[in-house]
Design a binder for this molecule. Structure first.
Ligand code: TXA
Ligand code: MG
Length: 346
């Protein structure tokens, strides 16, 4: 398979835009990013404005090689250097003490900075040609589902982002694993494709326990990654019963499951995302976007297994299903709740 790259012309145009303080959306192996020159505070401010993101939510600085770490961070711990050597380039973000030059607008005024070296060839090409750090959150409006395809970025921002580099579908499809390396022991702040066990195989002290001194990681807010349609997690054994509640009332329901449907209904849109965590994760956001467009009263998601390989998927589903998303749906929810109790509302 051909490795995605962009033409020299596109690349030069993107680099010129970054130098001029404009935004460039670009692919990474996790999700698409909305990038700005990290050394250009005015440009970085445009990201917050366009996303509708509060300025207190810091951004990740992307660099093309770990050798540039000293430009952005100071005194990285031995554990941080080990993790960087093991997983970069790749879907890992490290939170480190910031170097004095890093702009406050990037870090939300904190004394720490999040750094990542993405492996996607187009991200690498862009970073190398630009020659600096690119501050980039996921290329979606604040609180929305992250984009994993170039057309998702267009859906989010239309013409408001002039340059959107095409890197095909993201191979991982879920945001990077974030590890804070500023405390006594490294803390996992956001689960991703790199699991806790994989981190611990390199640095045994890494923990996922809540860190009382943790730097803020607002991507870990309860409600995030949300579709407009209320989304609920349902145990596998209750799936058909819950779906029938809708179809019998001739109400549309959208379903994300790990298996094919037992029967079909004109009131049901069903996606079988399979039972492999990597494949499921890769298409999760695209599937949620598809189901969100089905005109359904509810997106019903079959609960995924309780093992570590599913941790990142479980985390994103929990946030997409967080309580605030269902408040507009009270009468029926109340009825369903009476039937299924907390089993239904995950
Ligand atoms: O895979 C990814 O990480 C993607 C691609 C584009 O790199 N980016 C991404 O960015 O997911 P964003 O902004 O959607 O999520 C970044 C997360 C946020 O939860 C933010 O709070 C956290 O990183 N973060 C950034 N700087 C931090 C810091 N200094 N301390 C703690 N958390 C930080
Ligand atoms: Mg995001």
């Amino acid at each position: 398979m051909a490795i995605t790259r962009i033409s020299q012309e596109e690349l030069q145009e993107a680099v010129a835009a970054l130098r001029n303080g404009e935004l460039v959306a670009f692919p990474t192996e996790t999700v698409y990013g909305l990038g700005a020159n990290a050394n250009h505070p005015e440009a970085v401010r445009k990201i917050f404005k366009l996303k509708g993101r509060p300025s207190s939510h810091p951004l990740i600085v992307h660099i093309d090689d770990a050798k540039f770490l000293p430009r952005w961070a100071r005194d990285p711990s031995p554990a941080a250097l080990k993790l960087a050597a093991a997983f970069w380039p790749g879907p890992l973000t490290l939170v480190l003490k910031r170097a004095p030059v890093v702009a406050d607008v990037v870090t939300g005024g904190q004394d720490t900075v999040a750094i990542r070296v993405p492996s996607h060839p187009v991200a690498q090409q862009l970073l190398t040609a630009f020659g600096g750090g690119i501050a980039a959150p996921s290329a979606n409006r604040f609180g929305h589902v992250s984009p994993t395809r170039v057309e998702h970025v267009r859906e989010e921002f239309g013409d408001e982002v002039q340059i959107v580099l095409d890197g095909e579908d993201c191979k991982i499809g879920l945001e990077s694993t974030i590890v804070s390396c500023v405390g006594e022991v490294p803390h996992l702040l956001r689960p991703g494709a790199i699991t806790l066990s994989q981190l611990q195989a390199v640095v045994p002290e890494v923990t996922s326990a809540p860190d009382p001194d943790a730097p803020r990681a607002p991507g870990s807010m309860a409600r995030h990654y949300s579709p407009a349609t209320p989304l609920n997690l349902v145990p596998s054994k209750n799936l058909e019963t819950v779906i029938n509640e809708f179809t019998e009332e001739r109400e549309k329901v959208a379903v994300l499951a790990m298996r094919p449907p037992g029967k079909t209904s004109e009131f049901m849109t069903w996606i079988n995302a399979g039972s492999r965590p990597d494949v499921y994760g890769r298409s999760l956001y695209a599937n949620i976007r598809t189901l969100d467009k089905a005109g359904a009263r509810m997106i019903v998601v079959e609960e995924v297994p309780d093992d570590e390989r599913w941790e990142a998927v479980r985390d994103r589903l929990r946030r997409a299903a967080a309580a605030e998303n269902v408040v507009t749906y009270d009468p029926d929810i109340a009825a369903l709740k009476a039937d299924f109790g907390d089993d239904l509302l995950g």
